[in-house]
Ligand binder design. Structure first.
Ligand SMILES: Cc1ncc(COP(=O)(O)O)c(C=O)c1O
Length: 412
C-alpha cells in the first residue's frame, strides 16, 4: 500500500531542515490602528506589534472611503457576483472599474482577474497559445506567476540577465526578424526592490518589433502622476500592463490594460478569466474608489516617498546595511535562511516588530533578507523603533561587527 502522507512528509522535512518552512502568524488586523495589530502567542499571551512587511503601502485597505464604498455596495448588491463574467457575473461595477483602469494606464481597454497572479499566468499562457510561433524573452528575476504563464504556453523562451539591456539586445538581435517576440519584465521587482530600465527596454522592443508585457504590481498607486506606475512616470510605450488591486490599492484582484484587440483576445480565450466566478461587485466598487482617490490625491505619493527616505536615514544612523535601490522596498540582506528566521522571531518576540523572513524560493538561496516596507501610517516613533530594534538584534547575533561601519548603499 502506498503511504501518501509519508511521501509528502519527506519534502516538508527537507524544507524544515533548510530553514525554509513557512510559519504563518495569525494577525488580528486592526483598521483603526494599522500598521499596529494584535496577536496571541502559542502560550495564549495577547500581544501587539507593528507590521513592517505589508504591501498595503498607502494604507488604502483601511481607508474610510474605500471601506464605506465596499460596505455600501455589499448591502446593495450582496457579497458575491454569482457567476463568471460570461454567465451572470458581469456587473456595472466590473465595467466601471475596467474603464478606470484603462484610463489610468492610457490604454483602450482593461480586463479584470481574481488576482494579479492569475492575470499574469493566464494572460501569458494564452498569448503564447494564440501566437504559437512566439518566443518569450523574460527577465531572470520575474515573478513565479510570470514563469508559470510562460511555461504553460509551451512557447520557446530566453532569459535575460536582470535589468540588463545589453543582454536583452543581444538576445533580440540573434532572433529572426519574422519571429514574434514578447519581452516580459517587471517595473519594480518585489523582493530586491530594483527598478527596470523601462524606457530602454521599450526602445529595444520598438527596434526589434517585439511586444512588451510589464508587471507593475508593486508600482501601481505609488509611481506616476496619478498612480499609473513606472510606465506612466517614464512615458514609455508598453503594450500590456499588468497590475494588482491588492497592494497599493488595498483591496483584491488583478488586471491587464492594453489595446482593444489584445484585451479582447485574452477575454475570449484565457481559461483563467473565463472559467471562474468574477470578483464581487463591492470589491470592484471599492477598488475603483481607491484608484480614483489616489489619482486625485497626488500628495499621498510624495509623503510616501519622504517616509521611505526617512526610514533609510534611520537605518543608516543605526548602521543597518540595506540595499539603497530606487524604489520604496528596502531589503536588508541576511543571506542565511535559519538566521533570517531567528532575527524575525526575535524582532517580534522582544520588540513587537513584525518582519517576516524572505527565504527561498521567494528569493534565490543566499539572498535571504528582511524586506522592510514602510506604509503611510508608520509614525516617526515607529521608524526610530524599527531601526533601533534591528540594531539590537543584529548586534545580538553578531551580524554588524564588520558591516556596521559601512552600510550597503549600492544601487541595483
Ligand atoms: C511581482 C508580482 N507579480 C504578481 C503578484 C501577484 O499579485 P496578487 O497578489 O494580486 O496575486 C505578486 C504578488 O505578490 C508580485 O509580487
Amino acid at each position: 500500500m502506498i503511504d501518501y502522507n509519508n511521501l509528502l512528509q519527506s519534502p516538508l522535512q527537507q524544507l524544515k531542515q533548510q530553514g525554509n518552512y513557512r510559519y504563518f502568524l495569525d494577525v488580528n488586523k486592526s483598521a483603526r490602528h494599522f500598521p499596529r495589530f494584535y496577536y496571541t502567542t502559542e502560550n495564549g499571551e495577547k500581544r501587539t506589534a507593528v507590521n513592517w512587511c505589508s504591501n498595503d503601502y498607502l494604507c488604502m485597505s483601511v481607508h474610510e472611503e474605500v471601506i464605506s464604498k465596499l460596505s455600501f455596495i455589499a448591502h446593495q448588491s450582496g457579497t458575491g457576483s454569482s457567476g463568471t463574467r460570461n454567465i451572470s457575473g458581469n456587473t456595472i461595477y466590473h465595467r466601471e472599474l475596467e474603464n478606470t483602469l484603462a484610463a489610468l494606464h492610457n490604454k483602450e481597454a482593461a480586463l479584470l482577474f481574481n488576482s494579479a497572479y492569475l492575470a499574469n499566468s493566464t494572460t501569458l499562457e494564452t498569448l503564447g497559445q494564440l501566437l504559437p510561433n512566439a518566443i518569450f524573452i523574460s527577465d531572470e528575476r520575474n515573478h513565479a506567476s510570470i514563469i508559470q504563464g510562460i511555461k504553460a504556453s509551451r512557447c520557446e523562451k530566453r532569459i535575460f540577465q536582470h535589468n540588463d539591456v545589453h543582454h536583452l539586445a543581444s538576445i533580440l538581435s540573434a532572433l529572426p526578424s519574422t519571429q514574434p517576440k514578447i519581452i516580459v519584465f517587471e517595473s519594480v521587482y518585489s523582493m530586491n526592490g530594483s527598478v527596470a530600465p523601462v524606457k530602454a527596454i521599450a526602445a529595444l522592443a520598438k527596434q526589434y518589433n517585439a511586444l512588451t508585457y510589464i508587471d507593475e504590481v508593486h508600482a501601481v498607486g505609488i509611481y506616476g502622476e496619478e498612480g499609473g506606475g513606472v510606465v506612466s512616470e517614464t512615458g514609455a510605450h508598453i503594450d500590456i500592463i499588468n497590475g494588482t488591486l491588492a497592494k497599493g490599492y488595498g483591496v483584491i484582484g488583478g488586471y491587464i490594460a492594453a489595446g482593444k484587440t489584445i484585451t479582447d483576445a485574452i477575454r475570449s480565450f484565457a481559461k483563467g478569466f473565463i472559467f471562474t466566478t468574477s470578483l464581487p461587485p463591492a470589491i470592484c466598487a471599492a477598488a475603483n474608489t481607491s484608484i480614483q482617490w489616489l489619482q486625485r490625491n497626488t500628495a499621498a505619493r510624495t509623503t510616501y516617498r519622504n517616509k521611505v527616505q526617512q526610514l533609510r536615514e534611520a537605518l543608516s544612523e543605526q548602521g543597518i546595511p540595506y540595499v539603497n535601490n530606487a524604489s520604496h522596498i528596502t531589503p536588508i540582506p541576511v543571506s542565511n535562511a535559519t538566521v533570517c528566521k531567528q532575527l524575525s522571531d526575535e524582532l517580534l518576540a522582544s520588540y513587537g516588530v513584525y518582519l517576516q523572513p524572505i527565504n527561498y524560493p521567494t528569493v534565490p538561496k543566499g539572498e535571504e533578507c528582511l524586506r522592510v516596507t514602510i506604509t503611510l501610517h508608520h509614525t516617526d516613533k515607529d521608524i526610530l523603533h524599527v531601526a533601533t530594534s534591528l540594531r539590537k538584534v543584529f548586534l545580538k547575533y553578531d551580524l554588524l561587527q564588520q558591516r556596521i561601519q559601512q552600510p550597503i548603499t549600492a544601487s541595483i
